[in-house]
Ligand binder design. Structure first.
Ligand code: ADP
Length: 403
């Protein structure tokens, strides 16, 4: 049937689509130009081979995305499937045209293939930045290796930590037992020494002096053993507080007087009287330890100042010395058990327990302990305890009643 030609682009398009399969006006490609058999079949076989491959690839891709549902960007695979199938189809039609010159159909297939190809390019361009962030198999392997190494290191650390904890536990157990056993004979020795001291009042002054020295040394030894005993009890959680209302200023003055007998002067700076609920013996121990350190790690005539201040709902006590001071790299460790700063530990006796005991006691009271120090210039050790001003009311009421 002859095709009726229409004018204008719309007319042409209408003609085109209504006669899409028509082969009129074109000869089969064999008859178009001068094909030799070799040339023609080379063209046809090549096109068919390309089409066969383009037809097979989408099947493989389809198999891939249906089996590996975890693959990223599954939609792009569908675009690839469509794009490759359509490209393959253009080659098939090119081969078929040698016998069936369906150039209209060929043009439509090419157009659709072109549009899908451009879509694929756009989609690929969009996902490219994300693809670049993916780690390669090698990178993943290296990461796994690194993680394994870190896990192994952490495992070794845990084992070492457990070993250290076990060692410390055994040490605590031993110290607890040893200090407990040492306490009894030492108490007897102190008792006997006191008796000798009393009996030797009239004896030779040299002997008396020796007895006093022996008594003082025994007192030091008792202190050390008590520290060891207390630390091991603290470790076992066997040190409950025995709180009562105390006058902090009185306690401080009492301590200052004790130090005065040892020719150590404490300058006390306290604005007002502070009544506080604490375990008196323990807080006394803290003050004693901090004052002893202040004198121990300073020159003989160096000043030691003890300050008491109210800061909102807290009481701050600080002890300042102008002694050796502590370096920045050591300061964070001073409250740890058995820690001693190297350069001082060689010249001064001690076990590195005093500050640890202080920290434990202050923590038990819900307080905070700290230190500011400058190497060679001195230190300020301080602690803060919770304080409710109502603790003062009883005293105030009492004094107003009296007046
Ligand atoms: P000890 O005095 O028995 O060694 P402490 O726990 O009381 O143990 O103190 C731990 C370490 O902190 C001390 O060995 C010392 O190096 C350092 N230190 C403590 N107080 C002071 C201070 N006032 N000035 C300088 N260094 C100090």
């Amino acid at each position: 049937m002859a095709i009726k030609k229409q004018e204008g682009i719309l007319g042409q398009a209408a003609d085109f689509f209504s006669n899409i399969f028509s082969t009129e006006y074109w000869p089969a490609r064999w008859h178009c130009g001068k094909w030799t058999d070799f040339h023609g079949w080379l063209y046809i076989i090549s096109d068919v081979m390309i089409w066969a491959a383009y037809f097979a690839i989408p099947f493989l891709l389809f198999r891939m995305i249906t089996k590996r549902t975890d693959l990223p960007f599954p939609k792009i695979f569908w675009l690839f499937i469509a794009f490759i199938l359509l490209c393959g189809l253009t080659h098939l039609i090119d081969a078929v045209i040698f016998w069936w010159p369906a150039y209209r159909l060929s043009a439509v297939i090419r157009f659709v293939a072109g549009v899908v190809s451009l879509f694929t390019v756009y989609a690929l361009y969009k996902i490219l930045p994300v693809v670049f962030t993916f780690r390669t198999a090698k990178q993943l392997e290296a990461e796994i290796e690194q993680r394994k190494k870190a896990e192994e290191e952490a495992r070794i650390l845990v084992i070492e930590n457990d070993k250290a904890k076990e060692l410390l536990r055994v040490k605590d157990e031993f110290i607890n037992l040893a200090s407990h056993e040492l306490k009894t004979p030492l108490t007897s020795i102190r008792g006997y020494l006191q008796i000798i001291q009393m009996k030797s009042l009239k004896s030779d002054p040299q002997n008396r002096d020796l007895i006093t020295k022996a008594t003082n040394q025994t007192a030091k030894l008792t202190n050390l053993i008590n520290d060891l005993f207390n630390v091991s009890k603290m470790q076992m959680g066997l040190q409950p507080l025995e709180k009562s209302e105390i006058n902090l200023n009185e306690l401080i003055n009492e301590l200052a007087a004790d130090f005065e007998t040892l020719n150590r002067h404490v300058s006390v700076e306290a604005d007002e009287e502070v009544i506080i609920v604490v375990d008196r013996d323990r807080i006394k121990k803290v003050l004693e330890n901090l004052l002893e350190n202040a004198f121990k790690y300073s020159k003989a005539d160096s000043e030691v100042i003890l300050r008491v201040r109210k800061v909102n709902d807290r009481i701050k006590v600080s002890i300042q010395d102008y002694g050796l001071g502590i370096g920045d790299d050591k300061i964070q460790h001073v409250f740890e058990r058995y820690y001693r700063v190297e350069h001082t530990s060689q010249n001064y006796s001690g076990m590195g327990l005093g500050l640890y005991i202080c920290a434990q006691i202050i923590n038990q009271h819900g307080g905070v302990i700290g230190v500011e120090s400058q190497l060679g210039k001195g230190s300020i050790f301080w602690f803060e305890l919770p304080y409710q001003p109502t603790q003062n009311l009883s005293i105030e009421t009492y004094s107003s009643d009296e007046s």
